[in-house]
Ligand binder design. Structure first.
Ligand SMILES: NC(=O)c1ccc[n+]([C@@H]2O[C@H](COP(=O)([O-])OP(=O)(O)OC[C@H]3O[C@@H](n4cnc5c(N)ncnc54)[C@H](OP(=O)(O)O)[C@@H]3O)[C@@H](O)[C@H]2O)c1
Length: 304
């Protein structure tokens, strides 16, 4: 019998959506502590557009000799488990794969990942919705960690509050005790207020902290009051600190335990789950083109 293969989307020479290829690669068996997942859903995130367009290659972060894998998060079903793994075949799971420099990704029919990076998806959450949680839910939770505890009555501005990351930062920061205002487009007011935040389309400076999910960078930092905290989303491009402001940037890492909590809260309706459209893997380039236009609320989710 020949080697089994599966389909996955990759780029060889990054130059935008037309460079995405769907290729066949050999199946791999899970090693100790790993599982193989049949992927049911994988969202298109802004970072994927950066990989396909060559931005992260140009920063020197990708050195793949043959092709670069696409996609960071996924949901699917356990197909095989390695030694020491306590997840039965058939278990519904979601997870996150981090890092730019890899030849595999979640835009694939299959994926081999450490079991510790996975969380079981609650029965009442479908796999498409679950797939949209890991990257941006964990990023938001880790942004809230970097903000630290609020001062008494501490006021937080979340830029990009209607985006995937910002839409999680708002409720998670409120839980932590921040008084939150969301900066977003005028048409996003209802969504942002629905998360329990105040709303603005043009913030004045002077916030105790800014969580910069819109990647406004220097413009976001300028909104922080003297001695406040700025948490950005570009670990490779910090704005320079000024006026005693603490400048941090999130670099998301997998965390199966925390992901389980985020999924449970999504299933309970406490956190948003926003899907714009489900498209087959063969239409990945179209999904990238549409996402690149901006203004999309909720994710394009690929079905391999
Ligand atoms: N460092 C990490 O570990 C990490 C992890 C995950 C994500 N990220 C980064 O975090 C950022 C946010 O990701 P995301 O998935 O949340 O993106 P997203 O869903 O596209 O959200 C960004 C939001 O910001 C809005 N926005 C942009 N400029 C604005 C402005 N001047 N005023 C008001 N709203 C504005 C966008 O609106 P429009 O669509 O209308 O422009 C959009 O709603 C991306 O840069 C992503 O690469 C970093």
């Amino acid at each position: 019998m020949g080697t089994r293969t599966f389909r996955t989307a990759v780029v060889r020479t990054p130059s935008g959506p037309d460079a995405i290829e769907v290729i066949d690669v050999p199946q791999r068996e899970p090693g100790p502590g790993e599982v193989r997942v049949d992927v049911a859903a994988a969202p298109v995130n802004p970072v994927d557009l950066g990989v396909v367009g060559g931005f992260f290659h140009s920063l020197g972060l990708i050195h793949q000799p043959h092709h670069t894998g696409l996609g960071w998060d996924f949901a699917g079903v356990v197909a095989a488990a390695g030694a020491g793994v306590d997840l039965a075949v058939g278990t519904r799971v979601a997870g996150l794969v981090v890092g730019f420099d890899r030849d595999f990704g979640t835009y694939a029919e299959q994926l081999v990942v450490p079991a510790a990076d996975l969380a079981v998806v609650p029965d009442n959450l479908d796999l498409v919705a679950a797939a949209t949680v890991p990257l941006n839910g964990l990023t938001a939770a880790q942004i809230v960690d970097l903000l630290g505890d609020p001062p008494a009555g501490g006021r937080l501005l979340v830029t990009g509050a209607a985006g995937a990351v910002g839409g999680y930062v708002v409720p998670l920061a409120r839980d932590r005790g921040w008084r939150v205002t969301g900066l977003a487009r005028a048409e996003d007011e209802e969504f942002v207020r629905g998360l329990g935040a105040d709303f603005t389309t043009a913030a004045e400076p002077g916030w105790d902290a800014v969580a910069d999910a819109a990647a406004l960078q220097d413009r976001g930092l300028a909104l922080v009051g003297d001695g406040g905290v700025f948490v950005g989303v570009r670990p490779n491009a910090h704005p320079a600190a000024e006026r005693g402001v603490t400048v941090r940037a999130v670099e998301v890492h997998a965390d199966g335990v925390r992901l389980a909590d985020l999924l449970a809260r999504t299933a309970a309706g406490e956190l948003p789950a926003r899907v714009h459209a489900v498209v087959p893997l063969d239409r990945v380039a179209d999904a990238h083109r549409e996402t690149a236009k901006g203004g999309v609320r909720g994710r394009y989710v690929l079905r391999p």
